[in-house]
Write a new protein. Structure first.
Length: 325
Protein backbone atom coordinates (compact mmCIF):
# COMPACT_ATOMS: atom_id res chain seq x y z
CA UNK A 1 0.00 0.00 0.00
CA UNK A 2 1.39 3.39 -0.98
CA UNK A 3 0.41 6.69 0.62
CA UNK A 4 0.89 9.98 -1.18
CA UNK A 5 -0.25 13.55 -0.51
CA UNK A 6 -3.21 14.91 -2.43
CA UNK A 7 -5.02 18.24 -2.47
CA UNK A 8 -7.62 19.32 0.08
CA UNK A 9 -5.93 17.63 3.04
CA UNK A 10 -6.68 14.26 1.51
CA UNK A 11 -4.38 11.31 1.15
CA UNK A 12 -4.37 8.81 -1.66
CA UNK A 13 -4.15 5.15 -0.72
CA UNK A 14 -3.37 2.65 -3.43
CA UNK A 15 -4.94 -0.79 -3.19
CA UNK A 16 -4.71 -3.66 -5.63
CA UNK A 17 -8.44 -4.09 -6.04
CA UNK A 18 -11.34 -2.44 -7.80
CA UNK A 19 -13.72 -0.27 -5.80
CA UNK A 20 -16.65 2.05 -6.16
CA UNK A 21 -16.34 5.64 -5.08
CA UNK A 22 -17.64 7.94 -2.43
CA UNK A 23 -18.05 11.69 -2.31
CA UNK A 24 -19.22 13.82 0.60
CA UNK A 25 -21.94 16.39 0.10
CA UNK A 26 -21.17 19.92 1.17
CA UNK A 27 -24.17 20.57 3.41
CA UNK A 28 -23.14 21.93 6.83
CA UNK A 29 -25.93 19.86 8.37
CA UNK A 30 -24.17 16.61 7.55
CA UNK A 31 -21.83 14.57 9.68
CA UNK A 32 -18.38 16.14 10.02
CA UNK A 33 -16.54 13.74 7.77
CA UNK A 34 -13.19 15.35 8.52
CA UNK A 35 -13.29 13.72 11.96
CA UNK A 36 -14.03 10.25 10.66
CA UNK A 37 -12.23 7.92 8.28
CA UNK A 38 -14.83 8.23 5.55
CA UNK A 39 -13.79 7.18 2.07
CA UNK A 40 -14.63 9.16 -1.05
CA UNK A 41 -13.88 7.03 -4.06
CA UNK A 42 -13.87 7.47 -7.81
CA UNK A 43 -14.84 4.95 -10.47
CA UNK A 44 -11.15 4.34 -11.13
CA UNK A 45 -9.37 1.08 -10.47
CA UNK A 46 -6.98 0.91 -7.50
CA UNK A 47 -7.64 4.40 -6.16
CA UNK A 48 -9.22 5.51 -2.90
CA UNK A 49 -9.16 9.02 -1.49
CA UNK A 50 -9.39 9.27 2.27
CA UNK A 51 -9.88 12.57 4.07
CA UNK A 52 -7.34 13.07 6.84
CA UNK A 53 -8.53 11.87 10.26
CA UNK A 54 -6.90 11.91 13.67
CA UNK A 55 -6.12 8.83 15.75
CA UNK A 56 -7.63 6.34 13.33
CA UNK A 57 -7.10 2.72 14.31
CA UNK A 58 -8.10 0.01 11.88
CA UNK A 59 -8.11 -3.69 12.60
CA UNK A 60 -6.06 -5.63 10.08
CA UNK A 61 -5.75 -9.32 9.40
CA UNK A 62 -2.59 -11.24 8.62
CA UNK A 63 -0.35 -9.60 6.06
CA UNK A 64 -1.98 -6.21 6.64
CA UNK A 65 -5.22 -7.11 4.83
CA UNK A 66 -8.51 -5.82 6.17
CA UNK A 67 -10.24 -8.44 8.32
CA UNK A 68 -13.47 -9.64 6.68
CA UNK A 69 -16.58 -10.29 8.75
CA UNK A 70 -16.43 -13.56 10.67
CA UNK A 71 -20.02 -14.30 9.70
CA UNK A 72 -22.62 -12.13 8.03
CA UNK A 73 -26.34 -12.37 8.73
CA UNK A 74 -28.43 -11.62 5.64
CA UNK A 75 -32.06 -10.76 6.27
CA UNK A 76 -34.88 -8.76 4.67
CA UNK A 77 -38.54 -7.83 4.96
CA UNK A 78 -39.69 -9.02 1.52
CA UNK A 79 -39.29 -12.72 2.20
CA UNK A 80 -37.78 -15.44 0.01
CA UNK A 81 -39.44 -14.41 -3.27
CA UNK A 82 -37.50 -11.15 -3.61
CA UNK A 83 -35.54 -11.06 -6.86
CA UNK A 84 -33.25 -8.42 -5.37
CA UNK A 85 -32.47 -10.54 -2.32
CA UNK A 86 -31.80 -13.65 -4.37
CA UNK A 87 -29.30 -11.77 -6.54
CA UNK A 88 -27.70 -10.23 -3.44
CA UNK A 89 -27.18 -13.60 -1.73
CA UNK A 90 -25.55 -14.94 -4.88
CA UNK A 91 -23.24 -11.92 -4.99
CA UNK A 92 -22.26 -12.34 -1.34
CA UNK A 93 -21.46 -15.98 -2.01
CA UNK A 94 -19.68 -15.75 -5.37
CA UNK A 95 -18.08 -12.28 -5.37
CA UNK A 96 -17.66 -11.07 -1.80
CA UNK A 97 -17.04 -14.64 -0.64
CA UNK A 98 -18.25 -13.86 2.86
CA UNK A 99 -19.17 -16.52 5.34
CA UNK A 100 -22.90 -15.89 5.59
CA UNK A 101 -26.20 -17.21 6.89
CA UNK A 102 -29.71 -16.24 5.78
CA UNK A 103 -32.56 -15.76 8.24
CA UNK A 104 -35.62 -14.10 6.69
CA UNK A 105 -39.39 -13.97 7.13
CA UNK A 106 -41.17 -16.81 5.38
CA UNK A 107 -43.46 -14.28 3.72
CA UNK A 108 -43.61 -10.59 2.88
CA UNK A 109 -43.31 -8.35 5.97
CA UNK A 110 -42.94 -4.79 4.66
CA UNK A 111 -43.71 -1.60 6.59
CA UNK A 112 -43.61 -3.26 10.02
CA UNK A 113 -40.69 -1.20 11.37
CA UNK A 114 -39.10 -2.91 14.41
CA UNK A 115 -42.18 -4.94 15.29
CA UNK A 116 -41.35 -8.02 17.39
CA UNK A 117 -43.38 -11.22 16.92
CA UNK A 118 -44.46 -12.79 20.20
CA UNK A 119 -44.70 -16.28 18.73
CA UNK A 120 -44.87 -19.15 18.89
CA UNK A 121 -42.19 -19.12 16.20
CA UNK A 122 -41.19 -21.82 13.76
CA UNK A 123 -37.72 -21.89 12.19
CA UNK A 124 -37.66 -23.80 8.89
CA UNK A 125 -34.21 -24.85 7.67
CA UNK A 126 -34.22 -24.58 3.88
CA UNK A 127 -30.57 -25.60 3.54
CA UNK A 128 -27.40 -25.46 5.62
CA UNK A 129 -27.24 -21.65 5.34
CA UNK A 130 -30.86 -20.59 4.96
CA UNK A 131 -33.66 -20.32 7.51
CA UNK A 132 -37.20 -19.01 7.20
CA UNK A 133 -39.10 -17.75 10.24
CA UNK A 134 -42.81 -17.01 10.67
CA UNK A 135 -42.00 -13.65 12.18
CA UNK A 136 -41.11 -10.05 11.47
CA UNK A 137 -37.73 -8.89 10.11
CA UNK A 138 -36.63 -7.66 13.55
CA UNK A 139 -37.70 -11.02 15.00
CA UNK A 140 -35.53 -12.81 12.43
CA UNK A 141 -32.61 -10.58 13.36
CA UNK A 142 -33.02 -11.14 17.11
CA UNK A 143 -33.59 -14.87 16.83
CA UNK A 144 -30.61 -15.38 14.54
CA UNK A 145 -28.20 -13.29 16.61
CA UNK A 146 -29.15 -14.62 20.04
CA UNK A 147 -30.27 -18.19 19.36
CA UNK A 148 -29.28 -19.51 15.94
CA UNK A 149 -25.93 -18.02 14.84
CA UNK A 150 -24.42 -16.10 17.79
CA UNK A 151 -21.03 -15.65 16.09
CA UNK A 152 -22.49 -13.12 13.60
CA UNK A 153 -20.59 -9.81 13.62
CA UNK A 154 -22.14 -8.04 10.61
CA UNK A 155 -25.80 -7.80 9.62
CA UNK A 156 -27.01 -6.71 6.19
CA UNK A 157 -30.76 -6.21 5.80
CA UNK A 158 -32.16 -6.04 2.29
CA UNK A 159 -31.96 -5.11 -0.51
CA UNK A 160 -35.48 -3.87 0.03
CA UNK A 161 -37.90 -3.73 -2.88
CA UNK A 162 -38.38 0.04 -2.85
CA UNK A 163 -36.40 3.00 -1.58
CA UNK A 164 -36.25 3.80 2.12
CA UNK A 165 -35.59 7.54 2.16
CA UNK A 166 -37.05 10.31 4.26
CA UNK A 167 -38.22 10.21 7.87
CA UNK A 168 -41.53 8.42 7.27
CA UNK A 169 -39.94 5.51 5.40
CA UNK A 170 -36.98 5.17 7.74
CA UNK A 171 -39.26 4.95 10.80
CA UNK A 172 -41.62 2.48 9.10
CA UNK A 173 -39.31 0.16 7.18
CA UNK A 174 -39.04 -3.48 8.16
CA UNK A 175 -35.65 -3.53 6.45
CA UNK A 176 -34.44 -0.77 8.79
CA UNK A 177 -36.19 -2.51 11.69
CA UNK A 178 -34.07 -5.64 11.27
CA UNK A 179 -30.89 -3.56 11.14
CA UNK A 180 -31.89 -1.57 14.22
CA UNK A 181 -32.62 -4.77 16.14
CA UNK A 182 -29.11 -5.98 15.28
CA UNK A 183 -27.59 -2.74 16.54
CA UNK A 184 -29.29 -3.27 19.91
CA UNK A 185 -27.26 -6.47 20.13
CA UNK A 186 -24.10 -4.42 19.43
CA UNK A 187 -23.77 -5.79 15.91
CA UNK A 188 -22.66 -3.64 13.00
CA UNK A 189 -25.65 -3.37 10.69
CA UNK A 190 -26.64 -1.77 7.41
CA UNK A 191 -29.94 -1.58 5.54
CA UNK A 192 -29.90 -1.58 1.74
CA UNK A 193 -32.77 -0.59 -0.56
CA UNK A 194 -33.29 -0.59 -4.33
CA UNK A 195 -36.05 1.40 -6.09
CA UNK A 196 -39.39 -0.06 -7.11
CA UNK A 197 -41.08 1.42 -10.17
CA UNK A 198 -43.44 -1.47 -10.89
CA UNK A 199 -42.89 -5.18 -11.39
CA UNK A 200 -40.71 -5.92 -14.38
CA UNK A 201 -39.46 -2.32 -14.60
CA UNK A 202 -35.83 -3.45 -14.26
CA UNK A 203 -33.49 -5.57 -16.35
CA UNK A 204 -31.05 -8.26 -15.25
CA UNK A 205 -28.24 -5.78 -15.96
CA UNK A 206 -29.92 -3.21 -13.70
CA UNK A 207 -30.01 -5.69 -10.83
CA UNK A 208 -26.43 -6.83 -11.46
CA UNK A 209 -25.19 -3.23 -11.40
CA UNK A 210 -27.12 -2.40 -8.24
CA UNK A 211 -25.90 -5.52 -6.46
CA UNK A 212 -22.31 -4.72 -7.43
CA UNK A 213 -22.62 -1.18 -6.05
CA UNK A 214 -24.30 -2.48 -2.89
CA UNK A 215 -21.48 -4.97 -2.40
CA UNK A 216 -18.84 -2.28 -2.74
CA UNK A 217 -20.65 -0.01 -0.28
CA UNK A 218 -21.24 -2.82 2.23
CA UNK A 219 -17.59 -3.82 2.09
CA UNK A 220 -16.44 -0.26 2.60
CA UNK A 221 -18.78 0.38 5.52
CA UNK A 222 -17.54 -2.79 7.20
CA UNK A 223 -13.98 -1.55 6.75
CA UNK A 224 -14.85 1.88 8.14
CA UNK A 225 -16.36 0.26 11.19
CA UNK A 226 -12.99 -1.21 12.08
CA UNK A 227 -12.03 2.30 13.16
CA UNK A 228 -12.92 3.53 16.64
CA UNK A 229 -14.03 6.87 15.17
CA UNK A 230 -17.22 5.70 13.45
CA UNK A 231 -20.21 6.65 15.61
CA UNK A 232 -23.06 5.24 13.49
CA UNK A 233 -25.20 2.41 14.87
CA UNK A 234 -26.78 1.68 11.49
CA UNK A 235 -26.09 2.85 7.94
CA UNK A 236 -29.10 3.31 5.66
CA UNK A 237 -28.05 2.75 2.04
CA UNK A 238 -30.15 3.45 -1.05
CA UNK A 239 -28.83 2.27 -4.41
CA UNK A 240 -30.26 3.07 -7.88
CA UNK A 241 -31.15 0.39 -10.41
CA UNK A 242 -28.99 1.14 -13.42
CA UNK A 243 -27.72 4.56 -14.44
CA UNK A 244 -29.58 7.75 -15.28
CA UNK A 245 -28.96 9.07 -18.76
CA UNK A 246 -28.12 12.60 -19.83
CA UNK A 247 -28.48 13.26 -23.56
CA UNK A 248 -28.54 9.51 -24.09
CA UNK A 249 -25.31 8.91 -22.16
CA UNK A 250 -25.40 6.82 -18.97
CA UNK A 251 -24.07 8.73 -15.96
CA UNK A 252 -22.51 6.70 -13.18
CA UNK A 253 -24.00 7.57 -9.79
CA UNK A 254 -21.99 9.24 -7.09
CA UNK A 255 -22.01 7.82 -3.58
CA UNK A 256 -23.12 10.59 -1.23
CA UNK A 257 -23.13 10.87 2.55
CA UNK A 258 -26.55 12.22 3.40
CA UNK A 259 -28.95 13.06 6.19
CA UNK A 260 -32.50 11.75 6.47
CA UNK A 261 -34.93 14.24 4.93
CA UNK A 262 -37.21 15.23 7.81
CA UNK A 263 -39.93 16.63 5.52
CA UNK A 264 -41.11 13.17 4.53
CA UNK A 265 -44.48 12.19 6.02
CA UNK A 266 -47.76 10.43 5.35
CA UNK A 267 -51.34 10.86 6.55
CA UNK A 268 -53.96 8.10 6.88
CA UNK A 269 -52.74 4.56 6.27
CA UNK A 270 -56.22 3.03 6.09
CA UNK A 271 -59.47 3.48 4.22
CA UNK A 272 -63.00 2.42 5.06
CA UNK A 273 -64.31 -0.76 3.46
CA UNK A 274 -67.49 -0.16 1.50
CA UNK A 275 -70.59 -1.82 2.92
CA UNK A 276 -68.78 -3.07 6.03
CA UNK A 277 -69.65 -1.31 9.26
CA UNK A 278 -66.49 -0.41 11.15
CA UNK A 279 -64.26 -2.08 8.54
CA UNK A 280 -60.97 -0.59 7.33
CA UNK A 281 -58.29 -1.83 4.99
CA UNK A 282 -54.76 -0.84 4.03
CA UNK A 283 -54.88 2.29 1.90
CA UNK A 284 -51.97 4.64 2.64
CA UNK A 285 -52.05 8.16 1.31
CA UNK A 286 -50.24 11.39 1.81
CA UNK A 287 -47.01 13.00 0.76
CA UNK A 288 -44.59 10.69 -1.05
CA UNK A 289 -40.84 11.28 -0.58
CA UNK A 290 -40.15 12.11 -4.22
CA UNK A 291 -43.10 14.51 -4.38
CA UNK A 292 -41.43 16.92 -1.96
CA UNK A 293 -41.51 20.37 -3.61
CA UNK A 294 -38.01 21.13 -2.34
CA UNK A 295 -36.06 18.14 -0.99
CA UNK A 296 -33.60 19.06 1.74
CA UNK A 297 -30.13 19.87 0.36
CA UNK A 298 -27.72 17.15 1.38
CA UNK A 299 -30.60 14.82 2.24
CA UNK A 300 -31.29 11.27 1.14
CA UNK A 301 -34.36 12.17 -0.94
CA UNK A 302 -32.43 14.71 -3.03
CA UNK A 303 -29.54 12.30 -3.58
CA UNK A 304 -31.70 9.38 -4.67
CA UNK A 305 -33.95 11.58 -6.81
CA UNK A 306 -30.82 12.67 -8.70
CA UNK A 307 -29.88 9.03 -9.33
CA UNK A 308 -27.09 8.75 -6.77
CA UNK A 309 -26.30 6.30 -3.98
CA UNK A 310 -27.26 7.61 -0.56
CA UNK A 311 -25.60 6.62 2.72
CA UNK A 312 -27.12 7.97 5.93
CA UNK A 313 -25.54 7.28 9.31
CA UNK A 314 -28.18 6.60 11.98
CA UNK A 315 -28.23 6.24 15.76
CA UNK A 316 -30.74 3.78 17.20
CA UNK A 317 -32.02 6.03 19.94
CA UNK A 318 -34.28 8.99 20.42
CA UNK A 319 -31.82 11.72 21.31
CA UNK A 320 -33.36 14.35 23.55
CA UNK A 321 -32.89 17.95 22.49
CA UNK A 322 -31.16 20.23 24.95
CA UNK A 323 -33.76 21.59 27.35
CA UNK A 324 -34.26 25.34 27.44
CA UNK A 325 -33.76 26.77 30.93
Amino acid sequence: MQVSASSGRCYQLRFSRKCLSYRATSSPDLIDLSSQPKLYRCFRRDSIHVRAAQNVTVEKGQGGAMRPPARVLLTNDDGPESTFFQAWVQHVKDVLKWNYVVCIPGQQQSFVSKCISHGPLQVTHIDSRTMHVNGSPATCSNLAIHSLVPDVDFVVSGPNVGHNVGRASVLSSGTLGAAMEASLAHKKAIAISFPFNGWGSWTDDDIATAVQMAGNVATQLWEEWQSDDVQADVFNVNVPLGFKTVDGTPVKPEVLRTTVDMQSQYSSLYKAIDNQEGGYEWGPKGLKPFDLPAPTAGGDVAAVKAGHVSISALRTGFIQPTAKV
